[in-house]
Design a binder for this molecule. Sequence first.
Ligand code: GDG
Length: 456
Amino acid sequence: MGRLVIVSNRVPDPHELAQPAGGLTVALADALRSGDPCLWFGWSGRQMEFEGDPAPNVETHGSVTYATIPLTPAQHRGYYQNFSNGILWPLFHYRLGLMSYERADWFRYLEVNRLFARGLASMLEPGDTVWIHDYHLFPLGQELRNLGFQGRIGFFLHIPLPPWSLFRALPPAEPILRSMQAYDIIGLQTEEDANNLRGCFEAEGLSGADRVRPFPIGIDPTQFGADARLAFAGEEVQRLRDSVHDEPLIIGVDRLDYSKGLQERFLGYERLLTRYPEHRRHVTYLQVAPVSRGEVEEYRLLRRQLDETIGRINGAFAEFDWTPIRYLTRPVPRSVLAGFYRLADVALITPLRDGMNLVAKEYIAAQDPDHPGALVLSHLAGAAPELSEALLVNPHDADAIADALHEALTMNLEERKRRWTLLDNEVRSTTAGSWARDFLTALDAADANVDGQTPA
Ligand code: GDG
């Protein structure tokens, strides 16, 4: 049997795998605990000038071999910052107005995908199964086929995929969809995303709809629950608990990203304080929002906007001994975060769009079954169809957020337990491990794309 070869834009530093602050790495790290031999290929995170193709840097830790290549500053800017994060990310999160397209960035994106393909092809063996991750690497499968790789190649998209009516606004919509014909299986987070991709294929007259399937991603709930119990006894949780004096705590945890609906969420919390004044001087909202993609202009603007909004709300509502919002833009160690989730009475997770949203699942896994908290969740998160027993809200509606927060803060124990039990069953039924196994089983069962053409 050949190896499993994982390809993603970033390859985690094996020494930092315990502290990843991004959904893709978290899920794959959990899925990889199986111990089967695996090669993980991607960008090293380093930018350097080089001539010709850089040789991959190879390091083995346990059963996983990490192979990484650097990018030049111009490649990094065009492929990663501009095309992946300035064009694909906003469009795929339904934010056409934030997309700023330049054809030169598309060419850089193709150039880096070819660079990845050449670097990886030199390490592939017949019989290997290749699993490519996320929007940075749509054309990679086709590039590997062009270099003669005949084994199975699967692709998983971690973010939403918009309907054709939006997708078609992408100037290279057609070549991207055409390149996806190289995949034996294409996985998406939800049925809605899968239907959207099928619709795009159909609109372009491409076959391949039969290879598109939803594989909702999960976490390792047993491990996360254990981490949460351990963290709960730790010093940081004790300090947080002392600081809120047995008053209710709301928590939000998101990369600082416009897709996460942070601005709208703060306005929803402000509406709670306005319309339900009984919570003033009692409730605390802790938002952890580690800075992400700080080099992209849109993210710098968002950060300034949030600073302004939080400053205004805190200024207007705070008392000399009470602050309504606590806001951290540094990451909190995962081992501490799990305890914060367990302590919090409510999780407030209201993305405007999200592929899945693992934080929602982590919050459920971290709860004390005898005293579970309540989850307020955007109905536009990929997790919403599974987590339908959460208090689902429209993240654009400040009054709906305020009402749901009030309901969560006043919900009796019996109702919290009833909802949590159902939510916990859901979180346990699709884990990171079962997600990876289901995807790889489907890939294994697919007709191998032997001639590089669409299988019959
Ligand atoms: C993408 C898709 C999809 C966050 N802050 C800290 C921290 N985190 C961890 C969380 C969670 C992960 O990062 C975030 O995962 P999400 O799924 O919520 O969101 P994205 O990063 O946008 O992930 C998403 C995911 O891929 C997987 O397919 O669900 O829709 O956008 O694990 O706990 N971890 C630590 N400190 C922090 O401050 N240690």
